[in-house]
Design a protein around this ligand. Structure first.
Ligand SMILES: *Cc1c(COP(=O)(O)O)cnc(C)c1O
Length: 371
């Protein structure tokens, strides 16, 4: 049987790009006209707007989401000899950031209902070397920040948000980016707020931390050719900042559209073989990823592909079983929840501009699946 064309791609940027085409072209023309490409007025304007959007006092642009987390850790003075608690089921960048800073990542299992780090398991992972907890707002839903803060305060730990999947998500009415000591965002094109290339930022309401993050991302300099730290080069391009400024005013509407699609999926999908995602108390989800679970995940994936529905897996191999982290010495079976999620999770199409026919096609395709 010939494979049908994918009629519902896992993701498409075209509907959004068509809508914002004139604005993006004008932003490009403006940057070219200004003839200034790194750390200028576009950066400043976007940083101010995004800080305000998140409810944080400061935003510092940088090269990407991984750098954002590394810069936060370094600015907090976290490095060799220190441990940082991270969820066992995250994109590898969260864990790599800890390694880049020179510290040791300590993996803690998630809750199976929200996929976010289980606060009840954090305490057992705290040692005298623990310095911080990175709370990842996975798939677009905030982690349980009150419980995490309580544990952090009891042990004198910093709370860092990995908000790379959670632009605009709220917890108790407050936006991701304002819920910890500092937050790292990615503007990778596929994120809810994406640049037209790599970009990222740090938000915080601590003025000293913001200053140090900015210096560390600019060769460790607090003034031109005056270097107080051995910093790195991780800055936000004017061009990307200008594009992001075009998109930011549309973020809430684009997230609302994702919520509408998610509500359609939740109401329409009824298949005993498929576990739907749950929205936790106090959370407004922004559905970066619509993750379902299915014991026969690979068969479901093939079933959907045969009906023209594109899918993805987040993430097919857990961190502790990646070659890069063999050094942690965590054997297969030791983190059963991360392993369960990686073996059963399937991400359904979710993007701004999906048509009603496409949403219905996904629902019908999932409902017609039999184990
Ligand atoms: C995308 C992502 C990152 C890294 O962002 P980049 O911009 O690709 O470096 C970090 N953490 C999570 C959870 C992500 O999804």
């Amino acid at each position: 049987m010939p494979v049908p064309p994918i009629t519902v791609p896992f993701v498409s940027f075209r509907p959004m790009e068509r809508e914002l085409d004139a604005g993006l072209r004008a932003a490009f023309a403006r940057v070219l006209q200004n003839s200034w490409y790194i750390e200028g007025r576009e950066d400043e304007a976007f940083e101010q707007a995004f800080a305000r959007y998140c409810g944080a006092s400061f935003c510092v642009g940088c090269g990407n989401g991984l750098d954002a987390l590394v810069l936060i850790l370094k600015a907090l003075g976290i490095g060799p000899g220190d441990e940082v608690i991270v969820p066992s089921n995250t994109f590898i960048a969260t864990v790599l950031a800890v390694s880049y800073a020179g510290a040791v990542p300590v993996l803690v299992e998630p809750r199976l209902d929200t996929y976010n780090i289980d606060p009840e398991r954090i305490e057992a992972a705290v040692t005298p070397r623990t310095r911080a907890i990175i709370a990842v707002h996975l798939y677009g839903q905030c982690a349980q920040m009150d419980a995490i803060r309580t544990i952090a305060d009891a042990h004198g730990l910093k709370v860092i948000e990995d908000a790379a999947q959670a632009h605009g998500a709220t917890w108790q009415g407050r936006r991701a980016g304002s819920l910890g000591d500092a937050a790292g965002f990615s503007f990778y094109p596929g994120k809810n707020l994406g640049a037209l290339g790599d970009a990222g930022c740090v938000t915080t309401s601590d003025p000293d931390l913001a200053k140090k993050v900015r210096a560390l991302g600019n060769y460790g300099s607090d003034a031109k050719y005056h270097h107080i730290y051995k910093g790195q080069n991780s800055r936000l391009d004017e061009l990307q900042a200008a594009f992001l400024s075009v998109k930011l005013p549309h973020l809430d509407a684009m997230n609302a559209e994702r919520r509408r699609i998610a509500a359609r999926y939740c109401a329409g999908i009824a298949n005993p073989a498929v576990v739907l995602p749950a929205v936790a108390e106090h959370c407004e989800h922004v559905w970066h990823i619509f993750a379902v679970r299915c014991a026969a995940r690979d068969a479901l994936e093939a079933h959907l592909a045969a009906r023209g529905v594109g899918t993805n897996k987040h993430y097919p191999t857990p961190i502790h079983l990646q070659g890069a982290y063999r050094e942690l010495g965590i054997p297969k079976g030791a983190l059963p929840l991360a392993e369960e999620i990686s073996a059963t999770e399937l991400s359904l199409p979710m993007y701004y501009g999906m048509t009603e026919e496409q949403v219905q096609a996904v629902i019908d395709a999932v409902n017609s699946f039999k184990e």
